[in-house]
Design a binder for this molecule. Sequence first.
Ligand SMILES: NC(=O)c1ccc[n+]([C@@H]2O[C@H](COP(=O)([O-])OP(=O)(O)OC[C@H]3O[C@@H](n4cnc5c(N)ncnc54)[C@H](O)[C@@H]3O)[C@@H](O)[C@H]2O)c1
Length: 355
Amino acid sequence: MTRLRIGIIGAGRIGRLHADNLLLHPDAEVAAIADPQAGPALREWAAARSIPRVDADAGSILNDRLIDAVFICSPTETHVPLIVEAARAGKHVFCEKPVSLDFRLTRFALQAAERAGIMLQVGFNRRFDRSFRRVKQWAEEGAAGELHLLRVTSRDPEPPPEAYIAMSGGLFLDMAIHDFDMARYLCGSDIVEVYARGVVRIDPVFARYGDVDTAVTTLVFANGALGVIDNSRKAVYGYDQRVELFGSGGSIAADNEYATTAMLHAADGVHRDKPPHFFLERYSAAYREESASFVRSVMRGEPVAVTGRDALQAELAAWAARQSSVAGRPVRLAESEAEAAEAAEPTIGGGSHEN
Ligand SMILES: NC(=O)c1ccc[n+]([C@@H]2O[C@H](COP(=O)([O-])OP(=O)(O)OC[C@H]3O[C@@H](n4cnc5c(N)ncnc54)[C@H](O)[C@@H]3O)[C@@H](O)[C@H]2O)c1
């Protein structure tokens, strides 16, 4: 294979971003893009990028023998059936996170991928951020000694629209899922227990959907370390993304990036520009590296950087956190998994949009 021929499924915010990044990659070719909203605007957008085919139905990509891999960038409730179909068609898959809002369905999709022997990478883009990678590298080198604590601050600049809240799956599955993954990634250990409190402090609309806009989750890792994640749907000073690992040998931290490094020192204080507005700006380089990593893994037949198991573990933590915040007590991941196993099997469906 000289170039990886890729079909993009879903041409919304994230699908177009991945397409643009892949178009810049020398070893990738964007062969087609599919979206039920395939109208003149999408065709014009694709023509400007010399993407040869725009289809309304993902089936045309899945049935195209010349396409090696698909990027699943459609709404969350479509991910599991599309992974299953792609696996049947023998195509490698990059799937946006979360794989689903129900980890039992995620497990089903993972099994289908494994049976078919295809490669599956999941879209936890923050793992490709250069600052978080440096934190991870130092931690692996033992720079912080034995890990005792992890802290993740993750606050959005503004709440999503009501229609999005209605379908999102809630703060823990929709937003904090990135942070559960970051926690596991940096700590190098699975989360075994969570204790979450969520409240509505920003907009009562969240309560209308049984959701929260502000949350703190404490974590217990398998290696014995503790963690804390704080989430908010609205930080007036911009997208706030910070991490710290603390241990016997010291502390490793990554601060926010800022739009510029310029600072004003004046009589009324010290001023600087705000952080980049939101995830598309803050993580633009990480998204580029994420898709390049997938292309590299498939072309070289090497393991993907973010696996289906990573997706499943983050979903289990998010699921348990939601349960914990409702029950008002700590919840072990194994316990919530066992409870779910006793409940009725889920059907393929559900729904979310996410950032
Ligand atoms: N990793 C990240 O940082 C990140 C950021 C944003 C979104 N996401 C995830 O990406 C997915 C899409 O989110 P978005 O913000 O781009 O949503 P979006 O609403 O902007 O775009 C989704 C697109 O998929 C299309 N679509 C719907 N059903 C389809 C189907 N069966 N086949 C093909 N296309 C279909 C829609 O018409 C729409 O154009 C979600 O799962 C979301 O959680 C991840």
